[in-house]
Design a protein around this ligand. Structure first.
Ligand code: XIL
Length: 394
């Protein structure tokens, strides 16, 4: 799969050929180069979030097939989509996306199993009932088990930290924490490992990218959390750094980011950028100015991220500005269209694409380029409910 993608760079692109060609020459690549192929040069994956709606656009489909080596569902694998009723699952859209990826030789990420958002409205009631343990564990067994061996990595836990919310362990006060205490975290990761020992298990979060004081606290809390998780033998393989940046907000502090990523590597974690995009709001209304700022922001970030040999992949949260998310936002932003992704709404490469290409070109090769690290033996399934109710502190 990697090899096929690596050679995709020889396919002619055909969009934005004239100016794009000159810009490609500037950074020493051919205009047929793709982000997947450039990432593969150093043993990494590049890919993006997608939706079944976008797959209805033939131009987008060929673009995504060309550029991406890995896909993730933007929302169709969230719990409200997969389990509309306690006893009814709907895997149709997730299956469509996964089949699309697999048919084209792309890897696929699962996003996300345990989160405080995007849950079905009946979930809080279940957490009060005698079936409460099934709420996290049964769900993980069903979903992860269904896609066993077909998922590159699962975001088992999303955004579980909220430094500054008053808890010493920095855990966010979610329905999960309220129902089970911190024990839900170990239980979720062990259940995921049992259900698919082949998938990389990821803790996914935000808040650690930029250079503000609150980002310092978020980085410290994240490191503390992951170090303690490792000490408790919780099977976390990778840290997923969402990578939602702001072109006109607090910039990335490269030194702080480098130190943070070095620490993650030192505790044995892989690093994935899972949801990269660059918000271009709040600054200029001039498109060229915004495009430049978005590209510079992305480069400043990825240069550091890709210098770390534990970083194994980068995904953007979409590929083209054509599909604005959420749709209602467009009316509010009537005076301009967001330009936050590598391709514009006409499927032309933007300066962000070239910045990313350039960062991939200068990246350091991944350490032990195998995508999935060795796993400890899985825990016995029967131990999972016990873990769920054990008074684990964090
Ligand atoms: C967003 C999606 O883009 C939307 O389509 C959805 O309605 C809400 O969630 N962090 C995450 C992602 O982990 O799942 C979020 O995605 C963006 C923030």
């Amino acid at each position: 799969m990697q090899t096929r993608r690596a050679f995709a760079g020889s396919i002619a692109l055909g969009v934005g050929a004239i100016s794009a060609g000159a810009r490609c020459r500037d950074i020493g690549i051919t205009s047929g180069a793709t982000l997947a192929a450039l990432a593969a040069r150093t043993g990494r994956l590049y890919g993006c979030a997608a939706t079944t709606g976008e797959l209805g656009n033939a131009e987008f489909v060929s673009l995504v097939k060309r550029e991406a080596g890995i896909l993730v569902a933007e929302y169709e694998m969230k719990r409200h989509a997969l389990q509309p009723q306690p006893d009814t699952y709907n895997f149709a859209s997730a299956d469509t996306l996964l089949r699309f990826a697999n048919d084209d030789g792309m890897a696929f990420r699962g996003h996300t199993l345990v989160w405080h958002k995007a849950n079905p409205s009946w979930l809080p009631n279940m957490l009060q009932s005698s079936r409460r343990e099934a709420a996290p564990i049964g769900y993980i067994q069903t979903v992860v088990g269904r896609y066993r061996r077909r998922i590159h990595s699962w975001d088992v836990l999303n955004e579980a930290l909220a430094p500054g919310d008053g808890r010493r362990d920095n855990l966010r006060e979610t329905i999960w924490l309220k129902a089970f205490g911190p024990s839900y975290i170990a239980a979720a990761f062990h259940a995921a490992r049992d259900a698919d020992p082949h998938a990389l298990l990821v803790y996914n979060d935000w808040g650690c990218e930029a250079g503000a004081a609150w980002n310092d606290r978020f980085r410290a809390a994240t490191l503390d959390f992951l170090e303690r998780a490792k000490a408790h033998n919780i099977p976390i393989d990778a840290y997923g750094m969402q990578g939602h940046l702001q072109a006109f907000g607090t910039p990335v502090d490269q030194r702080k980011l480098r130190d943070f990523l070095d620490r993650l590597k030192a505790i044995g974690l892989r690093i994935l950028v899972t949801e990269h995009d660059v918000d271009d709001g709040g600054g200029s209304s001039d498109e060229a100015v915004r495009d430049r700022a978005v590209a510079d922001t992305s480069r400043r970030y990825l240069d550091v991220v890709l210098d770390n040999t534990a970083t194994t992949g980068v995904l953007t949260w979409g590929l083209s500005d054509r599909f604005v998310d959420p749709p209602g936002l467009k009316a509010e932003l009537a005076w301009y269209s967001p330009r936050i992704l590598p391709y514009d709404s006409l499927f032309m490469r933007k300066p962000m694409w070239f910045a990313m290409a350039d960062s991939f070109l200068r990246a350091r090769p991944v350490l032990n380029a195998g995508l999935i690290p060795d796993k400890p033996p899985p825990v016995k399934p029967s131990s999972v409910p016990e873990r769920l109710n054990s008074p684990t502190t964090f």
